[in-house]
Design a binder for this molecule. Structure first.
Ligand SMILES: Cc1cc2nc3c(=O)[nH]c(=O)nc-3n(C[C@H](O)[C@H](O)[C@H](O)COP(=O)(O)OP(=O)(O)OC[C@H]3O[C@@H](n4cnc5c(N)ncnc54)[C@H](O)[C@@H]3O)c2cc1C
Length: 412
């Protein structure tokens, strides 16, 4: 295989590594290129590392032989060559963009120093380097403010609290993880954080980060209230890392636009994972990234029918558990959510809540099909639900199966 016909996978994250592995299994040689210093790892489990539950080695991905380490700064599409920051060039026959997302940095006064680096003590939470930096800075009693109450903010707050920090979480929306959870599930997550000592503020907008001598000192809310802070975590969402594609003239909207065969507007370039936008959606989640990698591997190995038509995989959301460094009794707190968690008029809903155990289960059914659900604290039934959801089969009509879906924990 010449360099002009080989597959080059740009980005050694969840999607890129899965694709390179699958291509290896299918006998299609591929070159994996990534810019992170560390061995490829499972980003979903970073909060577990921050919580002290896992060492970085434990979350390493089974990667094909060491990815080439390079930061790609340009795509020369006419020559089919990647241009790297160190001046080197990598030729490709087919290029796969698997460049993931960047953290969104909120427009806060005082956030950027004149040389465009974050002030000391202010961290994003996206990479192993972010995680190790935060881990080094956290000690018992440190005052940490987490800005953002989505999945990332909740995981970061929980991990920091488990490590003994005094954590305040500031969430602009009216409840936590509003994109994935219904109000009941959000309430349970809030209660769980509060039980760990996290102070949660919702409908609370941060407007300023105040620094002294280049290091953060406090965070100011829109109402003028100031919170002392030694550590600030920015967890304000992510945006697809699509700049390389845009600069090269490939069609980009929010993410790199792809069709069902995961082709971009350039016939020699495909895209998968967080950087891709398929049928109007940028998923930003692990399960679609892995599914897209599997479909693309089949397609590149010659299967003309390989199509990605949207994800039915259940999204499992992992919040860090307590570890060697955490207090006793802070085991993993699991959540799973999928599809539509809010019913439309006419939908059937079954909910089971156990306030004492802090568990909550709910499924939404429309026209005898499962359309969504949430499980908090108790994932015993996740296998049965995943099968019903992923298979999209009609449910038997006597009503019993709904309850069965929520109570059957066999075969998970
Ligand atoms: C803390 C945290 C917790 C999460 N928890 C969950 C969860 O519970 N459930 C869930 O479904 N999802 C979760 N996610 C989201 C999930 O991690 C992502 O959806 C997934 O990692 C996407 O995979 P990807 O391969 O597209 O991108 P990534 O895993 O981000 O990999 C992209 C890689 O490309 C590299 N790269 C980018 N540009 C270049 C370049 N120019 N040159 C070289 N290399 C480059 C990047 O450095 C990176 O290594 C979480 C994310 C974080 C940060």
């Amino acid at each position: 295989m010449t360099s002009q016909s080989r597959v080059v996978v740009l980005g050694a994250g969840l999607a890129g590594v899965r694709l390179a592995r699958r291509l290896g299994e299918l006998g299609v040689p591929a070159l994996l290129v990534g810019d992170e210093e560390h061995r490829p790892y499972n980003r979903v489990l970073l909060a577990e590392v921050l919580a002290g539950r896992y060492s970085p080695d434990v979350i390493a991905l089974p990667a094909p032989a060491g990815p080439v380490r390079a930061r790609v700064t340009g795509i020369d599409r006419s020559r089919r060559v990647l241009v790297c920051a160190d001046g080197s060039r990598i030729a490709y026959g087919t290029l796969v963009l698997a460049t993931g997302s960047n953290p969104v940095l909120p427009p806060l006064r005082g956030l950027f120093t004149p040389d465009h680096v974050l002030p000391e003590g202010v961290h994003a939470f996206r990479t192993m380097d972010d995680c190790l930096g935060l881990s080094k800075a956290v000690r018992a009693g440190v005052r940490a403010v987490v800005i953002g109450g989505g999945l990332l903010g909740v995981s970061a707050a929980r991990a920091l609290a488990v490590r003994g920090a005094q954590v305040v979480l500031a969430q602009q929306a009216e409840r936590l993880m509003e994109r994935q959870l219904d109000p009941n599930a959000s309430r349970l997550v809030r209660r769980h954080l509060e039980d760990l000592g996290v102070e949660v503020h919702t409908e609370c907008r941060v407007r300023d980060v105040r620094c002294l001598g280049g290091a953060v000192r406090s965070v100011e809310m829109a109402d003028g209230y100031a919170l002392d802070a030694d550590l600030v975590v920015l967890a304000c969402g992510v945006s697809p890392r699509a700049g390389l594609a845009r600069d090269a003239g490939i069609a980009v909207h929010k993410g790199v636009l792809v069709d069902d065969a995961l082709r971009t507007s350039d016939p020699h370039v495909r895209a998968i994972g967080d950087c891709a936008q398929h049928d109007g959606t940028v998923y930003g989640l692990a399960a679609p990234a892995l599914e897209q990698a599997d479909v693309l591997a089949a397609s590149l190995a010659g299967d003309p029918d390989a199509r990605y038509t949207g994800t039915r995989a259940l999204t499992r959301l992992t919040l860090a558990g307590g570890g060697a460094l955490g207090p006793a009794g802070t085991g993993a707190f699991d959540l799973a959510a999928f599809g539509e968690t809010e019913p439309r008029p006419g939908d059937d809903v079954v909910q089971l809540a156990d306030a004492t155990r802090g568990t909550y289960r709910k499924v939404v059914v429309r026209d005898d099909r499962l359309v969504g659900g949430v499980l908090v604290g108790e994932l015993g039934t996740v296998g049965a639900l995943a099968r019903a959801w992923e298979g999209a089969e009609p449910l038997p009509s006597d009503g019993g199966p709904l309850l069965h879906l929520l109570t059957n924990d066999g075969g998970t």
